[in-house]
Design a protein around this ligand. Structure first.
Ligand code: ATP
Ligand code: MG
Ligand code: MG
Ligand code: MG
Length: 472
């Protein structure tokens, strides 16, 4: 059986052999990119290279990039625990051409790695191409010998949250282009149709690798300007690939997750290893630990609030399993065991990460139990919808981020009145503003007030209440 560790090195060695320079993973917090909350794919650190404003000393690169999809254009937080294939934090194997090779080599090498090196049966694989991309279709069909019925033409995403979409973009603006994606068929015993079919969002055909042909720079008004040179940007989910190579269906069954889930079960006193909450905890410890490694701490705004929200979701899952004491920080040690070699920065900051998580656990422990009682009371008298004022009370008094309340509601077949929540939030802001006008300002010397003003956050202008929107 191939371990995830071996898969990482197989991938890098393969592309090193094709003349690629191996580069390290960038942090989860993008350097100098105000349009992006988190690194959500391998290409983020190369954005300016695609745009032509930065030059590297090489034209081919490969790496294993840590990614987070818990905010902004790519957000999979609500998928975690519900599909076999989505994480908040995951590792993306990627190879790039900066104005060097293009469609033909990118496709041929992907095929070679999958079917020759890793010996995946070709008949289990099928691909999609952008609906107008006859060139990619012909390469798959004529050069790789893939029968036409296993090459699906797909257009732009018209709706469903993760419906196939063969035009990839990192964010609302920036580098983008048509792509071709490779899917693995896990077998007819699993529900779900092939890409492009009405039931494609099942977990039978799982997308493993996306090869993007970067050709455009999308402007704020939507127009597409050509990039200085066509580039290749590929991304393959390590965990999805490991599932295929280890002969299991779901990402949570691979070696790395088995270890984390086993420990989560031990620390929460859970016998059933298939319990969904264990998967969520195992997912969330990776996101939280690496966010802290990359300099984010729990707070009430921006990236820190995304971190706080993920931690609190994990704690609530522990609580559901009957673990009311601190346990989440204990997950750092097993995480270091499975990922510390690949990410020495995690090993180096282990103590710090544990302490930061424990502090947040202790803070939330004070209100979680009481908040859950309030939730139950409200749920019992609500008619399918948790009123906004109650969601706001849970937020304001009990530290329940509104997406946590929505997540609990969803499990019980309820929803939350989000507009009502926003209105309650706005009303509190008004009250605070009015109080500020007549209170603080009148008594505090201007100079002191200026010193105490919160430091201006330059990354992005403002986050919505749930902290998910990224404003350019
Ligand atoms: P999906 O359609 O399954 O949500 P995607 O099309 O959003 O995936 P891409 O943006 O094309 O994914 O990213 C490239 C690759 O990264 C995917 O082919 C997949 O292998 C992996 N990947 C994407 N999102 C996740 C995730 N949330 N968890 C684990 N792996 C992921
Ligand atoms: Mg997706
Ligand atoms: Mg997809
Ligand atoms: Mg994709």
């Amino acid at each position: 059986m191939k371990t995830t560790t071996e898969i990482r090195s197989d991938f890098l060695e393969f592309f090193r052999g094709k003349g690629h320079t191996i580069v390290p993973s960038a942090p989860l917090v993008p350097a100098n990119d105000p349009t992006l909350l988190f690194t959500n794919s391998g290409m983020v650190q190369f954005k300016n290279v695609f745009l032509g404003s930065e030059k590297l000393g090489f034209v081919r690169a490969a790496d294993v990039q840590r990614c987070l999809r818990a905010g902004g254009k790519h957000n999979d937080l609500d998928q975690v625990g519900y599909t076999a294939r989505h994480h908040t934090f995951f590792e993306m194997l990627g190879n790039w051409s900066f104005g060097d090779y293009f469609k033909e080599d990118a496709i041929a090498w992907a095929w070679e790695l999958l079917t020759k090196v890793w010996k995946l049966p070709a008949e289990r694989l099928l691909v999609t191409v952008y609906h107008t991309d006859d060139e990619a279709f012909a390469i798959w069909n004529q050069k790789m010998g893939l029968p036409a019925e296993r090459i699906v033409r797909i257009g732009d995403n018209k709706g469903a949250p993760f419906a196939s979409d063969n035009f990839w973009q990192m964010a609302d603006t920036g580098p983008c282009g048509p792509c071709t994606e490779i899917f693995y068929d896990h077998g007819a015993h699993i529900a779900g149709g092939p890409p492009g079919s009405p039931d494609e969002d099942g977990d039978r055909f799982i997308e493993i690798w996306n090869l993007v042909f970067m050709q455009f720079d999308r402007q704020p008004d939507g127009t597409l300007l050509p990039l200085p040179a066509p580039c290749v940007d590929t991304g393959m989910g390590l965990e999805r690939l490991a599932a295929v190579l280890q002969g299991v269906h779901g990402n949570y069954e691979i070696d790395l997750f088995r270890h984390l889930i086993g420990k989560a079960a031990e620390y929460t006193g859970t016998a059933d290893l298939g319990n969904k909450s264990l998967r969520v905890i195992a997912d969330h410890i990776r996101a939280c630990a690496f966010l802290i490694v990359d300099g984010v701490l729990p707070s009430n705004e921006g990236r820190g609030y995304v971190l706080r929200r993920i931690i609190r979701r994990a704690l609530r899952h522990g609580w559901m399993l009957g673990q009311k004491g601190p346990f989440f920080h204990r997950m750092v040690a097993p995480l270091v065991e499975v990922m510390g070699d690949a990410y020495p920065e995690l090993t180096a900051k282990r103590d710090f990460v544990e302490r930061a998580l424990l502090a947040e656990e202790e803070r939330f422990a004070e209100t979680l139990d009481a908040g859950m009682r309030i939730f139950d009371e409200v749920a019992a008298r609500s008619k399918g919808v948790i009123p906004g004022v109650d969601a706001f009370r849970l937020y304001d008094t009990y530290g329940f981020p509104v997406d946590l309340t929505a997540d609990i509601a969803r499990e019980r077949g309820l929803s939350v009145d989000m507009e009502g929540f926003d209105a309650a939030m706005e009303q509190q802001r008004e009250t605070a503003r009015a109080a500020g006008k007549f209170g603080n300002a009148a008594t505090m010397p201007a100079e002191l007030a200026a010193q105490l003003a919160p430091t201006q956050f330059l990354g992005y202008e403002q986050l919505s209440a749930d902290g998910l929107e990224v404003l350019a």
